[in-house]
Design a protein around this ligand. Sequence first.
Ligand code: UYC
Length: 228
Amino acid sequence: NDNALNELKNQLTSTSEKTQLQAIAQLSEAGEAGLELLQGFLLERRQAEPTVASGKAYQVLYNAEVSNTREFLQSHFPGGFVPLDGDGAIAFRDVQTHLAALEFQEADRLSMQILCQLAGEAAQERKWLYFTDVDRIPSDALQTLDRLWRIYSEGKFGFSVQREIWLGVGKNWDKMWPKIGWKEGNNWTRYPNGFTWDLSAPKGHLPLSNQLRGVRVIERLLSHPAWE
Ligand code: UYC
């Protein structure tokens, strides 16, 4: 009813991210009226910095499979919710599309591909990063990838999220791995099927960084000047 919808609409503007996310989840199940409120929410935030709440609202609408909603997104956000332009914009847009569609495995693969491309010719050919390559990756590229991962994951995924956890365990990798679901006891989580490719994953689970050649790559990624 109208009262309940109005209450949810108010909750969308809450300063608590959790309250916002709860309201979005309920609106996503409130039929066309709920979707319309979410559309209004996105329009009001079109010029603002994308947030976990606005990213979630976009994701819900993107996956709603309602033709009005599809037309709305197409006319107001034809290039995706986060405006991406400049060098390599197409690759970032691909990542955004998969994240919006909750296709986290493909988004993960493409993210690592972008990092290799930005890290120089050697890394691009090798298709994996050597730790000294990481410093060549521009901060704004890392920040863009991180923002995309965060806003389409309810704030769960992204390098900056991993960095907070890592700092929280005193940079101790042995404590880090089980926390983010990369190791259980003595067993490494197996790529790809051991990993959890949805939002039920633990905080910091994605994006992945292969540990086959040691921790120095992720160490450089999480200590990059981009996060200062
Ligand atoms: N893999 O185990 N991983 C691969 C992870 C390890 C291994 C790719 C993450 C431990 C091999 C990604 C973890 C290990 C390959 C990840 C993990 C291991 C491979 C694809 C938990 C054995 C085949 C991209 C830390 C004990 C490729 C890529 C190869 C692939 C990610 C084995 C994203 C987060 C130590 C044999 N693993 N990886 O890098 O190079 O190839 O042979 O971390």
